[in-house]
Design a protein around this ligand. Structure first.
Ligand SMILES: NC(=O)C1=CN([C@@H]2O[C@H](COP(=O)(O)OP(=O)(O)OC[C@H]3O[C@@H](n4cnc5c(N)ncnc54)[C@H](O)[C@@H]3O)[C@@H](O)[C@H]2O)C=CC1
Ligand SMILES: O=C(CO)COP(=O)(O)O
Length: 325
């Protein structure tokens, strides 16, 4: 998309063979087979060259489009003052940190922001209409993201709430696993011709809405603004990921409901499902702050193999009655 917008884009891949194959075939057959790479897109496996190109003496934009697990190492290699946006969504496993917290820890002199929102990569690559949000405490950087990416097929809004945008992106992945699991149970029940007691469409709407309440509670406790969760990176991405079958996190849930072991699901997926890695850290950070996140808690227990999908629904339904807000 950036090439199409007329920018000089140099795409870095850590694997030299993969970079060479993409340069020759103009396809990324493993990760995005449907898309033809634009002719103007250059490729390299030389990180220093990619960083120098993206930094462009502080005038360019570096976009980190790796899983969350690679963000820390990449940020540490960027020069002082570089302008960087990342696309990854999650809490770092182990440290439990969000992207902007990692940046503050490893490279406080970067100018940082997040590009997030409901955006399946396949649809973006196909030029299908998409709306995103660029979030940064640095207003000029958010505007630079708009300059770079906003166009006929991609609307980019700005936000000054990176905390809210990152919490939304991280928590919606966990909730998509929950909704995928419930939908998987429904599909199984329908196939067996016995839907009595199975979670249906009512349950899906309840999980999305009560999940949004969990996201909001955690976000507020971390300093986010409430209105961010009503936006593209909150409810927008939650609806997309929880209900769209292109979602890898939703697919993890669908397969958990079939009783498949998590290790097998992840091996077959071939892509990252960030919710699997974020779920325990979301829960840990929520507990630190005394925030109640029962759906997240159920997802963690199902992923750990401590609770079956059916028992998770029963546990959520069996909770004590309370006020909605
Ligand atoms: N695929 C999508 O529709 C969207 C994904 N995201 C987020 O973007 C991030 C990346 O997602 P995808 O690209 O879809 O995942 P993916 O699993 O499909 O692809 C990951 C890519 O990162 C590379 N990679 C993995 N580990 C790396 C490392 N240590 N160093 C350098 N490169 C590494 C892989 O080779 C591959 O090219 C995730 O945090 C995801 O939540 C955000 C919006 C949409
Ligand atoms: O973040 C996404 C869409 O906005 C992609 O979701 P998945 O990682 O679940 O595929």
């Amino acid at each position: 998309a950036q090439s199409a917008a007329g920018h000089r884009v140099l795409l870095w891949a850590r694997d030299a063979q993969a970079a060479a194959t993409m340069a020759a075939t103009r396809r990324n057959t493993h990760y995005l087979p449907e898309a033809e790479l634009p002719a103007a897109l250059a490729l390299t496996s030389d990180l220093a060259a990619a960083v120098a190109h993206g930094d462009d003496a502080g005038q360019g934009l570096i976009i980190v489009a790796t899983p969350m697990a690679a963000l820390r190492a990449l940020l540490a290699q960027l020069p002082d003052g570089a302008r960087v946006l990342w696309l990854c969504k999650g809490f770092e496993a182990g440290s439990g940190l969000l992207g902007h917290e990692i940046a503050r820890e490893v490279q406080p002199r970067l100018r940082v922001g997040i590009l997030s929102g409901p955006s399946f990569a396949q649809e973006v690559a196909a030029g299908q209409p998409t709306a995103l949000v660029a979030a940064s405490e640095d207003e000029a950087l958010a505007q630079a993201a708009v300059q770079a990416f906003h166009g006929e097929r991609l609307r980019v809004y700005t936000s000054a709430d990176p905390v809210g945008v990152e919490v939304g992106g991280a928590v919606k992945n966990v909730l998509a696993i929950a909704v995928g699991t419930a939908d998987g149970l429904r599909l199984r029940a329908e196939a067996a011709g016995d839907v009595a007691n199975a979670p249906g469409l009512n349950a899906r709407a309840a999980l999305i809405t009560r999940g949004l309440a969990e996201m909001l509670r955690l976000g507020l406790s971390l300093g986010a603004r409430a209105e961010t969760f009503m936006g593209l990176s909150g409810i927008g991405d939650l609806v997309l990921t929880a209900t769209g079958d292109l979602s890898r996190n939703r697919r993890v849930g669908l397969l958990l409901a079939e009783g498949k072991p998590l290790a097998q699901i992840l091996a077959e997926l071939g892509h990252v499902a960030e919710g699997v890695y974020s779920a325990p850290t979301v829960l840990a950070r929520a507990r630190e702050r005394g925030v109640d996140m029962p759906i997240t808690e159920a997802v963690v227990a199902v992923l750990d193999g401590r609770l079956s999908a059916v028992a998770a629904i029963d546990r959520l339904m069996g909770r004590q009655a309370r006020a909605e807000h």
